[in-house]
Design a binder for this molecule. Structure first.
Ligand code: FE2
Length: 233
């Protein structure tokens, strides 16, 4: 069983995940944040782990990833979904591709909607959903090739077909919630839960007047290069 640690960036309300295998000591970060790199790499040292990869769920618009810096320091490979439209990744994952950790595999699931290249990662009974599916919400669909139609399909036809007790680890939460399950989200997620039709979801998305993300102009160009630029501090 792969172990998980949930790490938090207070400034952007972002969850980073550390996945590791106790036997081989192999470890992977999902969505690490540039400003938290020292903390994240110290955790690798403290737990006596061997970092083997950085996985990104998508090209983030609200924070700069530390993927490139971590790659420079440790030499590990950076993985993105193949539809993310970037050149900086070492490996581009198609739907169903695997990333090996210890004796187990992390499965990439292409879940477009928030962005075209959004990828959810599944290992054991844990789903790392990025900004595709939140606890009681879904990621905005109004930029970066977003599509309400695709988010609905990704959630209902891919993520919600997994067993009800599959754990959901999102990339953000703004209310202090940390983990959910497929069953809970399928039943009561107000955006895409049971009873919400695709038409209703698309209409609701159209009517959401979401503000322009204040780090968008820094984060997106930096993240298109796996986070090469320095953070906006
Ligand atoms: Fe995002």
């Amino acid at each position: 069983m792969i172990k998980t640690r949930q790490l938090f960036d207070q400034e952007t309300w972002t969850f980073t995940y550390l996945l590791f295998d106790d036997e081989s000591k192999e470890a992977i970060f999902i969505d690490p944040v540039l400003e938290q790199m020292e903390r994240d790499l110290s955790l690798i040292d403290r737990l006596n782990l061997k970092l083997i990869a950085v996985l990104e769920t998508h090209v983030h618009a609200d924070h700069v990833t530390s993927a490139n810096e971590i790659r420079k320091i440790t030499g590990v490979k950076v993985y993105y979904g193949s539809k993310s439209g970037i050149d900086c990744a070492d490996v581009l994952l198609d739907d169903g591709d695997h990333v090996k950790i210890g004796n187990e595999f992390i499965i990439a699931i292409h879940t477009p909607g928030h962005t075209v290249g959004c990828t959810t990662y599944l290992v054991d009974n844990k789903l790392f959903t990025g900004d595709t599916l939140f606890i009681g919400g879904t990621g905005r669909t109004d930029f970066q090739g977003g599509s309400a139609n695709s988010t609905y399909e990704s959630c209902r036809k891919k993520l919600f077909t997994l067993p009800d007790d599959t754990l959901i680890y999102p990339a953000h939460n703004y209310k202090g919630l940390t983990i959910s399950t497929v069953g809970e989200e399928r039943k009561w997620n107000p955006n895409v839960g049971d009873g919400i039709t695709k038409e209703k979801f698309i209409e609701n998305e159209k009517n959401k007047n979401r503000p322009y993300p204040h780090r968008f102009d820094i984060a997106v160009p930096a993240n298109m290069e796996c986070g090469s630029d320095s953070p906006n501090k």
